[in-house]
Structures are given as C-alpha cells and as structure tokens.
Design a protein around this ligand. Structure first.
Ligand SMILES: *Cc1c(COP(=O)(O)O)cnc(C)c1O
Length: 337
C-alpha cells in the first residue's frame, strides 16, 4: 500500500517499538511516569521553555494553548486557513467561549500583520478582548520565514498579545529553513509540536510554554479528559521521534520535489514546483479529469490519496522514491484509459 493522504499515516520505526517495549511507566496524572517526565523535560530544555506537556493530539495541544492564553469572551487572531480555526471542530469556541478572529492567509501562508492590526479590538465593552495571535508553520506545506516570525513576535509584543505557534509540522519548517528548531521556538510564548506526523511516533503532541501557562494547560488537559495514565510507552516513541527523526525530513522534501517533477511529465496534470517547500505536493488536474474517479481507480491499485483538485499529496518516511515511480506509473495508466 502506498499512502499519500497524510504524514499522519507513518508507522513507528523498529527503534520506537523497541523503546516502547522497554519504557518505564507510571501514573502520569500523579506525575509518576518516568518516560513522560523525561520527554517533557527534554523538550522543554531543548526548545527553550520552562516546561512541556505531553498531549494525546495536536488538536488537544492547540485547544489547551488557546484556553491557556484566553478566557471567556476573549478572542484569538488566526489565519482563515489555520488548522485551529478550520479543522478542530471549533473547540476553543465550543469549550472555552473563546472567539476566533480569522484573517485571510496570503498565498505564502502568512497573515499580513498590518491587516491583523485592524482586527485587534479596541478596549470597549462592545468587543471581545483580543488576547492572542496564533500562527502556523508550516501551513499547507508552506514555510514562514525567520524574518516573518520575528516580525510577528514584535507585532504581538507591541500590541499586548500573546503569540502561539501551531507547530504541528514545525520540524519540516526548521529543516527547510536550515535552522535549529529552537531558533523557531524562540519567537513564541507557546508552541505545539506533533510527534505523530512526519516524525512517525504513533500518538502524541507536546505543548511548550512558561511554568504558569503549562500549569493552566495541565488543569485544562485533565478537564477535557486528556489526563493519561501509563502512557510512557507513547512518550518513549516520541522521545525517539525528537532525537532521531528530524533530519531525515529532508528526504521527504526531496521526494516531494521529485514527485512534483514526475507529475509534470503527465498530460493533464500540472504541479507548480515553486510551491513545493516541504513535504506537500499539490497536483492540479485538467477539466476532463474527475478526481473522485482517479482516487477510486488508484485505490484499486493499492494507492491511497485524498480526492480533490488540486489533490494534496503528502510525502513521509514510508514513501520511497520507488513508491513515487509506482504511483506515477499507475496514475499515468489510469489517465490513459
Ligand atoms: C495535524 C495538525 C494538527 C492536529 O493534530 P492532530 O494530532 O491530528 O489532532 C494541528 N495543527 C496542524 C497544523 C496540523 O497539521
């Protein structure tokens, strides 16, 4: 099976399975799980924060972040395409009475900070209180530059806002920018990182922040049912992810470029190679093509994609260059029918 739907489909590595098998565990709600404590301390130290919190998902980490920074009747600024606006079931609004203020994302994924300025509400009882700017890197496979993140940090500071990074794929951004992850995290009051996407751990995310913030997040995590018990085996896989799975993301980025080039050799498919900055490729089909039919035909040939035009294809450690060649061969045969 060749699965190009997402980098969430990555399977744990043998080293992760080994670590999971031998991980010491305890009741993490009592603070007793050595493997979770180790991962949280390691991440806090490495990424330059007081503390870290292991969460069951990226969605949960983002929810705790927004609720940790904002109270009822507050709002957060985010991109119109932000995961924590569009794809998290409105959690901050539903569970925290925190209103999102979405702002159009530019083609490069950024939020125009002059535009964002206009959305900050004056201190007036008609309005929600604007408390937080949340940005995402990578977003739709695009990388926000170091310069932009520095400007966003200054913007937040000057406007008395906190700044959160939804860094589910932050490691892809770090690899693409050729910087250390902690050079990215320095710009933010809080950061969420997914261990279970390109880094290939089976489950889990981390939320990073100062001690007071993480204490609030820990309480909120319990409230939403995210206090896990002997979850140290999951943390042990996450530890392997952070220690050994970051640099190899460069292979996924190279494979993404290769896939883009190969797609461009097919008639009725095109792909803008300049848009491929990390592990995501967007294939555009000509008007004659029905992407649902292509998706179904690919599935019959043991290839999984998400239907759409453009069709998002995601590279990850379980997709080799050979898999890309097989995918292109099958797709080309289907298009010829
Ligand atoms: C996947 C993702 C999340 C959520 O992660 P889950 O673990 O699937 O809940 C959050 N933000 C971004 C940008 C993501 O890509």
């Amino acid at each position: 099976m060749i699965d190009l739907r997402s980098d969430t489909v990555t399977l744990p590595t043998p080293q992760m399975l080994e670590a999971m098998n031998s991980a010491p565990v305890g009741d993490d709600v009592f603070g007793d799980d050595p493997s979770i404590n180790k991962l949280e301390q390691y991440a806090a130290e490495r990424f330059g924060f007081d503390e870290a919190l292991f969460t069951s998902s990226g969605t949960q980490a983002n929810l705790l972040a927004i609720l940790g920074h904002c109270g009822r009747g507050d709002e957060y600024l985010c991109g119109q395409d932000a995961h924590n606006y569009k794809y998290e079931a409105g959690g901050a609004a539903v569970l925290g009475s925190v209103q999102p203020q979405p702002i159009a994302n530019a083609a490069d994924g950024s939020i125009d900070l002059e535009l964002a300025k206009k959305y900050i509400k004056p201190d007036d009882y008609h309005f929600a209180r604007t408390r937080l700017l949340s940005i995402e890197n990578t977003i739709g496979g695009k990388v926000l530059s170091m310069d932009y993140m520095a400007k966003a940090q200054a913007f937040a500071f000057n406007n008395n806002l906190k700044i959160h990074l939804d860094g589910a794929r932050m490691m892809n951004a770090a690899v693409a920018l050729a910087v250390k992850p902690e050079q990215i995290t320095q710009f933010f009051d809080s950061v969420s990182i997914c261990l279970s996407k390109g880094l290939a751990a089976p489950v889990g995310s981390l939320l990073l922040g100062d001690s007071a913030f993480i204490a609030r997040a820990r309480r909120l995590r319990k409230m939403v049912g995210g206090g896990m018990r002997q979850a140290g085996s999951l943390a042990a896989a996450g530890q392997v992810a952070l220690e050994s799975m970051i640099e190899r993301l460069a292979d996924d980025h190279a494979n993404a470029k290769y896939l883009g080039e190969q797609l461009n050799t097919l008639e009725e498919v095109s792909c803008n190679l300049d848009d491929i900055e990390t592990n995501m490729v967007f294939a555009e089909f000509g008007p004659r093509i029905n992407p649902d039919i292509i998706t179904a035909a690919l599935l019959e040939r043991d290839i999984k994609v998400l239907s759409g035009n453009p069709m998002r294809l995601v590279l990850h450690k379980d997709i080799s260059k050979q898999d890309i060649d097989s995918f292109i061969k099958e797709l080309s045969q289907i298009l010829d029918i």
